[in-house]
Design a protein around this ligand. Structure first.
Ligand code: OGA
Ligand code: NI
Length: 354
């Protein structure tokens, strides 16, 4: 991945006040990890609604239309037959499990530096909450080699290869999904000049976020990852078979995304919401934890080149539908998010322009 990404993500909040704990050694939920409505207004139980996130077979000729509908009403969907080899999903899961199962002192050798982005640590959004989340993460931007060498002195090359291969597949899949989503809005390749001469979003940037949600003694009072939207164009998530991811649907509330072996979860991020002039929701999501099973996930956070101006696509703007947002680069947006978190989109609203 291009090294400029490090600059882009550096704008993200880096938590200094939250130490990583060895959560697996805790037999009781400490107060600092106990969440209530006071800590997050959205701390409500999941709905029993029968509504489920659409599952779309990417090899089906009707996939494009189904993606369009899912993005409009949910801002997310699951995909099967996505073309990413199942053996590669197994490999990235093994890497993730192996990484988080290392002893705490070994993981700390690859801790995210205070002024850095890559490495081991708490969730990047931790600084916005008073309570701590029941999770640990590892972010890969650019080369993973230096960090991986510290984690696995003897096996790091094998794991570097897995990351590289995963990235290549994800980049292709994200590009394909992006065009499917855009075409559902009537947007063509000619409308997005910054996708490059081959319309392959060459130079698009990304990060891989590995997440671990250990078993938790009191899951009903804990939070794996608090409610947020992603600052991406779109995110492709691999989750192991332990449920935990929930998406928020207006009028319904929180719904759990049932893991389907071999499938991937796709969600719209804030930048695609902006491009779509607000038509596609960047879905609010969070992760709840589990008493008996640990959960692992791998998020591919995909965005544009850091200095491209992202603004509502002209075709989706008219006198009756004026642009909702002013132009913003990914770099600037991440900086805004780092300050305003879940209010960042309202800061970019056009009427707030001076
Ligand atoms: C993320 C995220 C969900 C999960 O990393 O941004 O939302 O299931 N992860 O871990
Ligand atoms: Ni997310």
């Amino acid at each position: 991945m291009p090294s400029m990404l490090t600059d882009v993500f550096r704008a993200h909040p880096i938590s200094l006040s939250h130490q990583t704990h060895d959560l697996t050694s805790l037999r009781q939920l400490p107060d600092s990890f106990t969440w209530t409505h006071e800590d997050d207004l959205l701390f409500s139980a999941a709905s029993n609604d029968q509504n489920t996130l659409p599952v779309i077979d990417l090899s089906d000729h009707a996939a494009a239309a189904a993606i369009g509908r899912a993005c409009m009403s949910w801002g997310a969907f699951q995909v099967t037959n996505h073309g990413v080899p199942l053996s590669l999903l197994d490999d990235i899961e093994s890497l993730t499990v192996s990484l988080f199962r290392l002893p705490a002192h070994r993981k700390m050798r690859a801790a995210r530096p205070v002024d850095g982005v890559s490495g081991y640590g708490v969730a990047r959004i931790a600084s916005f909450f008073h309570k701590q989340m029941w999770s640990e993460g590892f972010t890969v931007t650019g080369s993973a080699r230096d960090h991986f060498r510290k984690l696995w002195p003897l096996h790091h090359l094998k794991y570097c290869d897995v990351i590289k291969e995963y990235e290549e597949h994800m980049q292709k899949l994200a590009t394909k999904l992006m065009w499917l989503v855009l075409s559902s809005l009537g947007v063509t390749e000619a409308d997005i000049k910054w996708a490059g001469p081959n319309s392959d979003f060459n130079g698009a940037q990304a990060a891989i976020q590995l997440n671990h949600y250990p078993v938790c003694p009191e899951p009903d009072r804990a939070m794996g990852l608090a409610a947020h939207t992603d600052s991406t164009l779109l995110t492709v998530l691999y989750q192991n078979i332990t449920a935990g991811l929930q998406v928020f649907k207006d009028g319904v509330g929180w719904l759990t995304v049932s893991p389907i072996p071999g499938s991937l979860v796709v969600n719209i991020g804030d930048l695609l919401h902006i491009l779509s002039n607000g038509r596609l929701p960047s879905v609010l999501h969070r992760v709840r934890v589990n008493k008996n099973r640990s959960r692992f996930s791998v998020a591919y956070l995909w965005g544009p080149q850091s200095d491209v101006q992202i603004s509502p696509i002209w075709k989706l703007v008219s006198p009756v539908e004026p642009p909702l947002y002013r132009p913003v680069t990914w770099k600037e947006y991440l900086r805004t998010k780092a300050t305003h978190f879940n209010n960042a989109l309202s800061v970019i609203r056009a009427h707030q322009q001076e």
